[in-house]
Design a protein around this ligand. Structure first.
Ligand SMILES: [Zn+2]
Length: 193
């Protein structure tokens, strides 16, 4: 799509590494698998949306995760004179998610994710060290799934009620096939002009 991707998780983890005040505040929540407070998330989203690189649009990844965040995002977008065009819901069952996350490592330097590669091996892109994220440990994964059911699943209903089109994407299978389905659902989105 040629749009910058804004993954608040990555932005937050960068802040944690640099030990900024926002990073230190967020860290305790993330390590437990809990959600980072809304004002921290929305502050990041707003800063990123105001950057020139975001003028044509942004792909939000991992935002929003709660109904209050969805309401907050509406306010941020309204203040900036922008709007949400599409919502994609990537649908995978819990067992598949646990299997994926428990074999995931990420590059410490460039954040590229890898499946089935051991922590400590080298990143193909930058030579950085692959690490396992604290919130990908099994206990934190279970906690994240509980948090999803309690707090994130209701966001889907909220968007449906607010007349925002939500496209469900079957996210089982290879990266290529999921990518094709995601692009296909954007093309078929009735909200698209
Ligand atoms: Zn790397």
């Amino acid at each position: 799509l040629g749009l910058p991707r804004l993954a608040t998780g990555d932005v937050l983890r960068a802040a944690v590494r640099k030990r900024t005040p926002r990073g230190l505040e967020a860290r305790a929540f993330m390590d437990r698998g809990d959600l980072v407070p809304d004002d921290v998330i929305l502050g990041i989203v707003r800063e990123e949306l105001e950057r020139p690189a975001a003028a044509r649009g942004v792909l939000l990844d991992g935002v929003v995760r709660t109904v209050p965040q969805a309401e907050g995002l509406e306010r941020v977008l309204g203040a900036l004179g922008r709007r949400l065009d599409h919502v994609l819901l990537f649908d995978v069952d819990a067992e598949e998610l646990v299997a994926r996350l428990s074999t995931r490592t990420v590059c410490e330097s460039c954040q590229t994710p890898y499946m089935g590669r051991d922590a400590g091996s080298e990143c193909d892109k930058c030579g950085g060290k692959l690490v396992r994220r604290a919130d990908d440990e099994p206990a934190a994964i279970r906690r994240r799934l509980e948090v999803y059911e309690e707090q994130t699943a209701p966001v889907v209903e909220w968007y449906r009620r607010s007349a925002t089109s939500v496209q469900r994407v079957d996210a089982k299978g290879t990266i290529d096939s999921v990518t094709r389905r995601a692009l296909g659902s954007l093309r078929n989105d009735p909200a698209q002009e």
